[in-house]
Design a protein around this ligand. Structure first.
Ligand code: MG
Ligand code: MG
Length: 275
């Protein structure tokens, strides 16, 4: 388990401290409208990054693009300064799981499994999303990990509907990951998102008694963000106090969307396919 208290993905220990259900905000139609816009900014930035990334660039190049575009669209980067995080994106490569710090020294190479996570704060509300990019040609197992990670996110999302429970999301993700022979990272969870980057409830990616028995209601906005490892589910944090890596150096992949709960199902607010 990571001992950090300042993470951009919610550390799982915190869930134990905040097990009691409290303060899950139901957003008003007006607030949802604003969240659609903040989420669209996030989706735009991630789509652009997925199109421009190539071997030889540095993760600092991607961060600079993200910050410039977020500000051009009238928002501010949610991550920059969040508990001291120094950048607008988290860029985590290969065995890095989450919270990689962009750097001019970190050169992206063909074959890399690159996670880019970002958030935008617009008119009082955050959007939050993460993609995993296969840089050029990646090996078949890496490609499969990335595909299953994205599938796992959507297996979770299709469980989103007023009247369903958080455990329906968690179970669907866990089952899909296990069926494909990968592991779910348990050290980090998804979360409510809105006025705060991280708010109630914690959205687990696996079944656990730690999870509050929350029934989904229309107007909740959730960041669902499964993290899959090719090997061990365990992570450790590097001496930079941010970057989490797999303990066995196996590959890791993650996808995240900000999702609105509706009466009949869901709306993916950070959908990149509708831009
Ligand atoms: Mg998140
Ligand atoms: Mg995120």
């Amino acid at each position: 388990m990571n001992i950090l208290s300042h993470l951009l993905s919610q550390p799982a220990q915190n869930n134990r401290q905040t097990r009691q259900r409290r303060g899950i905000e139901i957003k008003s139609p007006h607030e949802i409208d604003i969240m659609r816009q903040s989420a669209k900014i996030v989706a735009t930035v991630l789509k652009e990054i997925s199109e421009l990334v190539k071997s030889g660039m540095t993760t600092a190049d991607l961060d600079a693009h993200a910050e410039r575009r977020i500000r051009e669209m009238g928002a501010t980067p949610s991550f920059k300064g969040y508990h001291g995080f120094p950048a607008s994106i988290c860029s985590s490569i290969n065995n890095e799981v989450v919270h990689g710090i962009p750097s001019k020294k970190k050169v992206i190479r063909t074959g890399d499994v690159l996670k880019v996570d970002t958030g935008a704060y617009y008119q009082g509300f955050h959007g939050d999303s993460c993609i995993t990019i296969a840089v050029g040609e990646v090996n078949p197992e890496a490609a499969r990990l990335i595909r299953v990670a994205e599938e796992a996110l959507f297996k979770g999302i299709v469980q989103v509907k007023a009247g369903n429970y958080l455990i329906d999301i968690a179970g669907a993700i866990e089952d899909h990951v296990k069926a494909n022979g990968f592991t779910v990272v348990e050290d980090f969870t998804g979360h409510g998102v809105g006025r705060n980057l991280h708010e109630e409830p914690s959205v687990f990616n696996f079944r656990t008694r730690e999870m509050p028995n929350v029934k989904l209601r229309a107007g909740m906005t959730l960041a669902i963000e499964p993290i899959l490892n090719a090997g061990s589910k365990y992570t450790r944090t590097l001496s930079d106090r941010w970057t989490a890596v797999t303990v066995d150096n196996s590959l890791s992949a993650q996808f995240e969307h900000t999702v609105l709960v509706t009466e009949t199902g869901y709306e993916i607010l950070t959908d990149r396919t509708k831009l």
